[in-house]
Design a protein around this ligand. Structure first.
Ligand SMILES: Nc1ncnc2c1ncn2[C@@H]1O[C@H](COP(=O)(O)OP(=O)(O)OP(=O)(O)O)[C@@H](O)[C@H]1O
Ligand SMILES: [Mg+2]
Length: 278
């Protein structure tokens, strides 16, 4: 699709990313390097406070005002992202943990989707935006999208809210989706549906996904490659089989022991899990 891209070149390349309050203090994220290839689902796991969300936000140029990028580079699709303007329309989207706080409670779903589409490169008429918005809702398997167009967030279930957010994130036709705990607020059944949807989008659209979660079961079900963070550093990375079967870092061993490697890996071969995995 993009001429500059060679098959081996990663879609996202993060090198020595360092984030913190100020240069004189201990960084919150320290010299983090990782890659995401086109079409890959990469999991980011780690305890609360290990820097997962800040890492995700930095990929979109959305760091909170107090946090600065103190060093490192972010290269997406062969281009360095440094100034905040570099991010606009670059093909990275994010969905957040708490769908209710990410949706505006006083605006209808249709209004918010329309807004998401107004900002896109391709100019569309109001009718085109509505048609596109409905098709995005269909893409995320929102039941009865036409009638939900005028619904307000409080009229949607938790899973439907997360689908609505995903539809908005897809409005910019991203190539990489950063999904920060996308299923944590959902009950187990709905969680499985949303994970299936993410895998489906990965499969159908070739969407790369950076899946941030504290849940190793989710990672085993969904991801090919896993990054393990602890206190702002990457302590281990590898395939799902490596991380669960032969974790080498003490932190990884602790995380894997907490969920049970056998149980987590068993969930992979479940019929509802990723079709990409043999
Ligand atoms: N706006 C902020 N100002 C100051 N410190 C912050 C801010 N946001 C996050 N931090 C600090 O940065 C560290 C990493 O936060 P981050 O939100 O990335 O953790 P996380 O791995 O996503 O945790 P969780 O699993 O709980 O979501 C935390 O110790 C937190 O206190
Ligand atoms: Mg977080």
């Amino acid at each position: 699709m993009i001429e500059s891209e060679t098959p081996d070149e990663p879609l996202l390349e993060v090198e020595d990313l360092t984030l913190g309050l100020e240069a004189s203090r201990r960084p919150i994220v320290d010299c983090l390097s990782f890659r995401v290839h086109a079409g890959q689902i990469v999991g980011v796991v780690g305890e609360s406070g290990s820097g997962k969300t800040l890492t995700g936000l930095s990929l979109l140029g959305l760091l909170p005002p107090a946090i600065q990028r103190l060093g490192g580079t972010i290269k997406f699709d062969g281009r360095l992202l440094s100034r905040s303007a570099d991010w606009l329309g670059r093909g990275i989207s994010m969905v957040f943990q708490e769908p209710m706080s990410a949706l505006n409670p006083v605006l209808s779903l249709g209004f918010q989707l329309n807004e998401a589409l107004v900002g896109q490169r391709r100019r569309m008429s109001r009718e085109e935006r509505k048609a596109k918005g409905i098709s995005l809702l269909r893409q995320v398997a929102m039941p009865d999208p036409e009638s939900r167009w005028n619904a307000f967030p409080h009229q949607l279930s938790g899973g439907q809210k997360q689908r609505a957010l995903l539809a908005m994130a897809l409005a910019s036709e991203p190539r990489l989706l950063v999904a920060d705990e996308p299923t944590t607020a959902l009950d187990v059944t709905v969680q499985a549906q949303v994970l299936r949807l993410l895998m489906n989008l990965n499969h159908r659209l070739g969407l790369s996904i950076l899946l941030i979660t504290h849940d190793l079961g989710v990672v085993a079900q969904t991801c090919e490659h896993v990054l393990v963070m602890d206190e702002g550093t990457l302590v281990e990375e590898g395939s799902v089989d490596q991380i669960f079967g032969r974790p080498s870092h003490a932190k990884t061993q602790e995380l894997v022991a907490a969920v049970g490697a056998e149980k987590a890996l068993a969930s992979r071969s479940h019929p509802t899990s990723g079709a990409r995995h043999p």
